[in-house]
Ligand binder design. Sequence first.
Ligand code: ARG
Length: 447
Amino acid sequence: MMTPPVSSAAPLTELSAFVPSFRASAPYIHAFRGKTFVVAFGGEVIADETFPNFIADLNLLASLGVRLVLVHGSRPQIEKLLVQREMKSTYHRGVRVTDEHQLGSVIGATARAKARVEAALSMAPRTASVAPIHNRVTSGNFVVAKPIGVVDGVDMKYSGEVRRIDALAINDCLKDGDIVLMSTLAYSTSGDTFNLTVEEVATQTAIALKAQKLIFLLDTPGVLNGDGSVISTLYTREAADIANKAPQASDVQLFLSASVRACQKGVSRAHLIGRKLDGAILQELFTRDGIGTMISVDSLDNLRQATIDDVGALLSIIEPLEKQGILVPRARATFEREIERFFLAEHDGQVIGCAALYPFPEANKAELACLAVNPDYRREGYGERLMKAVERAAKDHGINTLFVLTTRTAHWFIERGFRAATIADLPEKKQALYNFERNSQVYVKSL
Ligand code: ARG
């Protein structure tokens, strides 16, 4: 019997931590609505005691509008059944060789495992007083299989691979709001049943659906560094290097290569997360740093010039600093008028920092103004990159001296090549505007 996940009301002291973390997850909730995620997990996950919680988290994702495709494996279940029937498991290159005597057991064990997933998905959590989430689960013959054939002289027999994925049919189900559940059994056009690997089905499905995410659950908490710590992000090329060279656990090796293949074929991101930590998938998806390893094609960071649509985001960075007196308050209209003077740093699509360039061409000088980075992203080099962008733009204007006015962050500028100067070093126009009450210090840097 599975026990539904239980939760208790958070003690009052935890509420204060809940509010900021819920707010921080809001952009992800928004970004994931209507997106397709393929989640792959081995049969070990089904046998885990945290399985009902994992399934509840998946139901939660579906109820937030994520189009969810689940692909489950059943290796331990098959192994157990084969042992009971006194048959031996044979693997070649990590893939089971499924012969005609074993195929029946493979089908039986896979079907049972699938039934467990369906049952768990249908279970109403006892947690909420509101109506339980009920997501419809659909399966079908979405995969056309073909035999793997002979590998290194080994006939893989009824072990198969994907010939084609019926993306249209899967999309129809997703459109209706169903959760699509796929197993590793698939049929060939000749009517034979084949046993596929979970990573093969999941990867090909993610590619065919042009999924935003492909997620694998691992035995380890992620792809591990030599010192045992989790590597948080990898670009496709680095991931391919690790998959080819560095020794990793076998599931990591297989899933990492699969992730690289998926990313190279248009899946935006692949995530490798540990199966043993309760709630890992939520932490991975709804926090900035996640908890496992994320493989992506592009850098998450972007630096660009601001447009009029960015005024709101810009103000959210600047206003707190104005309140603390670190930046001089400016009218909203000023931002709208001067928006193209601003450069923005983005992380994962969110504006997290800004800086502006105010040229005084008659004096051959320019001001680096409004340099600000969201406190959650400090000490990660964003400020420096913004400063460099402003320096480059100043040079493009043919200007060779940059100055800043600062009351509290002088050391930061000194460390980056600025030196103390006086009001007399400012362009005349700027001197006229100098606010003596604020008593800012002047720093300059030759470019
Ligand atoms: N929550 C974000 C996402 O799902 C970022 C996750 C970052 N994860 C990581 N292992 N670095 O896209």
